[in-house]
Design a protein around this ligand. Structure first.
Ligand code: ZN
Length: 325
């Protein structure tokens, strides 16, 4: 995969093309943006392009360097992932050592720190020391979905590259060209993904996605309009769909959010479920004696609870009974 296969992020591609051509690569970049929009993939392609034997801003995919990066065994590239919930000081020490030796096969040594917002304070301090005097050949790319967690002193020594969500058209092109989806399916999944390509990919991988979506939109309406009988019936389905529950909650939140948006602004351009504008309109006219913002909060609270290993059935029962009470 080269930059040609990366969808979206055109501005950042342009930016790095210029840097590449001027050969003025900095020692430190922070790729900042929400989870799931392709920052790491972009970084992998960038380092491939930098290290490729090809002189153009496009990786050839056939030279040794490209092959090794694709196989994750390039001796001059190191990728750090969190160890458990954080990136610890000993991991940073390891790459400090890695950077202390000259490159083996290329002009650079590159470290990608994924989820870098999970670096502990002491590991950030070690990195700061590296950034104060980086080796000439060293490049560090911090990938972060919350650069607020990075020390100001690290940020001031880095180029911050903002990554935005993809446009709906870009996600659609990805789904049609790369994953060979039909137009209709691509439209629904792209809308649902809200510009987060990873979310689109997961929906694509879930063969039941479209069916689940229809069902959950119906169910969300039953909850909102207090159709208690059907709401309680639906609990059995939710209990059965443990593997899909995050997707289900995502669909619910998106749906309720759409109704709130239309109630507040009548702006259909910013709703997620554009293909269901008529139904959103109908719902937004109906009187809801429920505070929908609180319903969203309750769902988010349940997501948190499940993350903390609370009993699944109990969490689902509580949530639904709580919403329809
Ligand atoms: Zn190459």
């Amino acid at each position: 995969m080269s930059f040609n296969n990366i969808y979206g992020h055109d501005k950042n591609k342009e930016y790095f093309k210029k840097i590449f051509e001027s050969k003025k690569i900095s020692h430190s970049y922070i790729f900042d943006g929400v989870e799931g929009i392709g920052k790491k993939l972009f970084a992998m392609n960038l380092i491939k392009t930098i290290m490729c034997k090809n002189e153009d801003f496009i990786s050839c995919e056939i030279c040794n360097s490209c092959k090794k990066i694709n196989h994750m065994n390039h001796p001059d590239v190191m990728i750090i992932e969190p160890d458990g919930n954080s990136i610890k000081n000993n991991q940073v020490k390891e790459f400090q050592k890695f950077l202390s030796y000259k490159p083996n096969e290329s002009k650079y040594k590159i470290v990608i720190i994924n989820d870098s917002n999970k670096m502990t304070l002491s590991s950030q301090n070690t990195i700061l020391k590296i950034l104060e005097e980086p080796p000439e050949y060293g490049i560090i790319i911090f990938i972060s979905n919350n650069s607020n967690n990075l020390l100001e002193t690290i940020k001031s020594r880095s180029q911050i590259i903002k990554f935005k969500k993809l446009l709906n058209d870009e996600v659609q092109s990805f789904l049609i060209s790369e994953l060979k989806l039909s137009n209709d399916k691509a439209v629904s999944i792209a809308l649902f993904s809200d510009g987060i390509i990873n979310k689109a990919y997961q929906a694509y991988e879930n063969s039941e996605f479209l069916e689940i979506r229809e069902r959950i939109i119906d169910y969300s309406n039953q909850l909102i309009f207090n159709d208690k009988i059907n709401a309680i019936k639906g609990i059995a389905y939710l209990n059965k769909e443990k593997d899909n529950i995050l997707l289900i909650f995502d669909i619910m939140i998106g749906w309720i959010r759409d109704i709130l948006i239309v109630q507040a602004t009548s702006n259909y351009d910013i709703v997620l479920n554009k293909d269901k504008s008529e139904l959103i309109k109908k719902n937004s006219y109906k009187l809801v004696d429920k505070n929908l913002v609180i319903v969203i909060e309750k769902i988010n609270q349940t997501i948190n609870d499940l993350d903390n290993n609370i009993n699944y059935k109990l969490a689902i029962d509580n949530l639904i009974l709580n919403i329809i009470e």
